[in-house]
Design a binder for this molecule. Structure first.
Ligand code: NAD
Length: 260
């Protein structure tokens, strides 16, 4: 199977590091034109953009804060003005926030996590769908998390936002299905990126994490990016409204591996 995204115009949010960066590179290698969104890491985004360009793909680095509706509107309009439309949106930008129990949490910190992880994808999808609905085609891939299913003490904003995003996916997929537009969630497990560096950098926390993963290891960004490329490609033409887990079976309650 040779995945081709030739000629597709794809916007990836939060693409200046981690999963977003590798998804952007994978899509570019598969022939897509890339809109590389970044928030504050202009230098990193510039480096990634020139690497992609060097490998022969077209790329546009676009600054925007996904949690700001006005900023998102400007970004999407710039993208569409440049390339005449949009075929793929990957809502990848996200943060997990500062660990705190609900009754100890700071309201503005909690709101920030929900704004970036849930409002952000909504703002981006809302703008992009205006074009996709008119052209009667397009694909949106929302990066959720195993924490759309698994509770995570101290991260209530993150889990609530990711679970909300999963339901937003299903509802939007229902709204646009008859127009031939597909919308899915991809839920990563524990993938080695800057977001969880403090966990995989420490042997004790890493050991504790690995016990939760039946495959016995963390995932690599490329293992997520390849699934993302498949899902946005025509090979996945009958997939919509679902969450696809890329998690080494983390959602399978690994504590039951040896019975109990
Ligand atoms: P990361 O920290 O490398 O990437 C997150 C990106 O989002 C960064 O580039 C950051 O600059 C960007 N971002 C943050 N706030 C933003 C804003 N307001 N506007 C635009 N961009 C913003 O971490 P990652 O692991 O690559 O995370 C990517 C996505 O994958 C996130 O949605 C995260 O929740 C999800 N995820 C990651 C894991 C994992 O184990 N790494 C697991 C489950 C889900």
């Amino acid at each position: 199977m040779d995945i081709s995204l030739k000629g597709k115009r794809a916007l990836i949010t939060g693409a200046s590091s981690g999963l977003g960066e590798v998804i952007a590179k994978e899509f570019a290698a598969d022939g897509a034109k890339i809109g590389l969104n970044y928030h504050s890491e202009a230098e990193a985004a510039g480096k990634i953009a020139s690497e992609i360009r060097k490998n022969g793909a077209s790329v546009l680095a676009l600054q925007a804060d996904v949690s700001d509706a006005g900023s998102v509107e400007v970004m999407i309009n710039t993208f569409v003005k440049e390339w005449g439309g949009i075929d793929i949106l990957v809502n990848n930008a996200g943060i997990d926030g500062v660990r705190s129990l609900v009754w100890e949490s700071n309201i503005s910190e909690w709101e920030k996590v929900v704004k970036i992880n849930l409002f952000g994808p909504f703002y981006c999808a809302r703008e992009v769908l205006k074009y996709m609905v008119a052209q009667k085609s397009g694909v949106i891939l929302n990066i959720t998390s195993v924490h759309e299913n698994i509770p995570w003490s101290g991260y209530s904003g993150y889990t609530a936002a990711k679970a909300g995003l999963s339901m937003l996916t299903k509802t939007m997929a229902q709204e646009v299905g008859s127009l031939g537009i597909r919308i899915m969630s991809l839920a990563p497990g524990a993938i080695k990126t800057p977001i969880n560096q403090s966990v995989w950098n420490n042997p004790e926390t890493l050991g504790n994490l690995l016990k939760k993963i039946p495959l016995g290891r963390m995932g690599e960004c490329e293992e997520v990016a390849r699934v993302a490329a498949f899902l946005v490609s025509d090979y996945a033409s009958y997939v919509t409204g679902s969450t696809i887990f890329v998690d080494g079976a983390m959602i399978d309650y690994s504590n039951f591996t040896h019975g109990g």
